[in-house]
Design a protein around this ligand. Structure first.
Ligand code: URA
Length: 437
């Protein structure tokens, strides 16, 4: 079929069959269509939408447009599991979840991304660890996956290559915000990992990828349904992003917080609670536990016994980082030269956080990117971020700034005060809004 005929069909509001969609996606991957044709396609989909069958076909074709991981030669003794998040602020769940699942018998080939805009990226956080290589050769990837059970790395060129072109064109043609295109983009890449089960952490709230809560809920439902129909059992959780998840936001500061959790120095808190909740779902879906109670017992035992920290340490060393990171984090995680607390104008209770602006404050410090080509400063960020419902006063700050210099700290301190609403009381949203299977 001519590419123009496929474009005309979608332009005129017709339903595309899976053969047409596959033909178009394969033509993208093999460079047989131009960017103008991709742009016409994404605009037609944006305006005319796609039904569930079309979205499944687009997802499967994106997944199959390049290399789909194959573990048969590795003879892995446990299931291959992963988690993916739509992105948040102060959200380093992957750093703890990957080794935690590995410590419970799973294999986690977690292919992650970088931060862009207000959200942070797992690869940027890991690159705060000197020597950590996010692009290892395939033999190293396989060895770590088999022996350590977890490898958190970047996307290789041939994984879902059609998405790379599609996303680049969407970005410059105002067609990012289309549900079927978002679902196929996220899942096309994730399902190329050839997973036994996937847990999706879909963020909802003022710091979420989609600003509208109804659209976010629709995204979570569609992801769970499309992934299941494409052959990967998937649970989607709608989790709260009306406040930062961790107590810190940045790169080295978030790694430090994760190390404290894995080594038992820090207990409790929203980051640990959500990571455990996602891990429970993954263990049950991967049949490593009969139900939630057993999963929780296994997880707590793995954390308390130090096996989670061991798996993380094994992954870091295996990817070129220091072998004694967990014993000597201060030796390796660079500190920002300026550290400064920011206080509220008056005492009270934190009633709201503007999470997107908090994320942009980290970007303003140099800890995130405005453009994909920007480099970042791993030292900078925020910690001691006051949670919703907590009291702030002249002894308890809204947050602590880690900055490269006094001018940046001064500028961001002014911005930061506006990111918090201080009142007499707070309604704290639940950590998990919903679970969709
Ligand atoms: N993340 C992706 O990978 N793709 C999208 O379209 C949106 C978020």
């Amino acid at each position: 079929m001519l590419i123009q005929d496929i474009l005309a069909a979608k332009r005129d509001g017709q339903t595309l069959d899976s053969a047409m969609i596959r033909e178009f996606v394969m033509a993208i991957a093999s460079d047989q269509v131009g960017d103008e044709q991709i742009g016409a396609f994404t605009m037609a989909v944006y305006l005319r939408d796609m039904n569930l069958d079309e979205t499944v076909a687009l997802t499967e074709a994106t997944r199959d447009s390049g290399h789909v991981l194959d573990y048969r030669a590795l003879d892995l003794p446990g299931p291959v599991l992963d988690k993916h998040s739509t992105g948040g602020v102060g959200d380093p769940v992957s750093l703890v979840l990957g080794p935690w699942l590995a410590a419970c018998g799973a294999h986690v080939p977690m292919i992650s991304g970088r931060g862009l805009g207000h959200t942070g990226g797992t690869l940027d956080k890991l690159e705060a660890i000197p020597g950590y290589n996010v692009t290892p050769d395939h033999a190293t990837f396989e060895r770590l996956l088999r022996d350590t059970g977890v490898t958190i790395i970047g996307q290789s060129g041939n994984l879902a290559p059609a998405d790379k072109r599609l996303y680049a064109v969407r970005d410059v043609t105002a067609t990012v915000a289309s549900l079927p295109l978002i679902v196929a983009s996220i899942l096309g890449k994730k399902l190329a990992e050839n997973l036994d089960a996937l847990v999706m952490d879909v963020k909802i709230g003022n710091g979420a990828f989609l600003a509208n809560d109804d659209e976010t809920r629709q995204l979570a439902m569609t992801i769970a349904e499309v992934a299941r129909r494409a052959g990967t059992p998937t649970t989607a959780l709608l989790t709260d992003m009306n406040q930062c998840l961790a107590n810190s936001a940045g790169n080295a500061v978030e790694v430090r917080e994760c190390l404290d959790i894995m080594t038992g120095k820090r207990r409790g808190g929203r980051l640990l609670e959500l990571t455990r909740t996602l891990a429970v779902e993954a263990l049950v879906a991967g049949r490593l536990a009969e139900g939630a109670d057993e999963a929780r017992r296994r997880l707590d035992h793995a954390l308390d016994s130090g096996r989670v920290a061991e798996r993380f340490a094994g992954m870091v060393a295996g990817l070129g980082g220091p072998s004694d990171l967990l014993d000597n984090p201060e030796r390796y995680l660079a500190e920002a030269p300026v550290v400064r607390d920011v206080y509220a104008a008056h005492d009270g209770i934190v009633a709201a956080q503007d999470v997107k602006s908090l994320g942009m404050a980290v970007v303003a410090l140099g800890g995130g990117r405005r453009r994909a080509s920007d480099s970042i400063d791993h030292r900078v960020g925020l910690d001691s971020i006051a949670t919703l419902g907590s009291r702030v006063d002249r002894h308890t700050p809204l947050a602590r700034i880690h900055a490269a210099n006094a001018e940046d700290a001064e500028r961001v301190a002014e911005q930061l005060a506006d990111c918090f609403t201080i009142g007499e009381s707070a309604e704290v949203p639940p950590l998990v809004h919903d679970l969709l299977q």
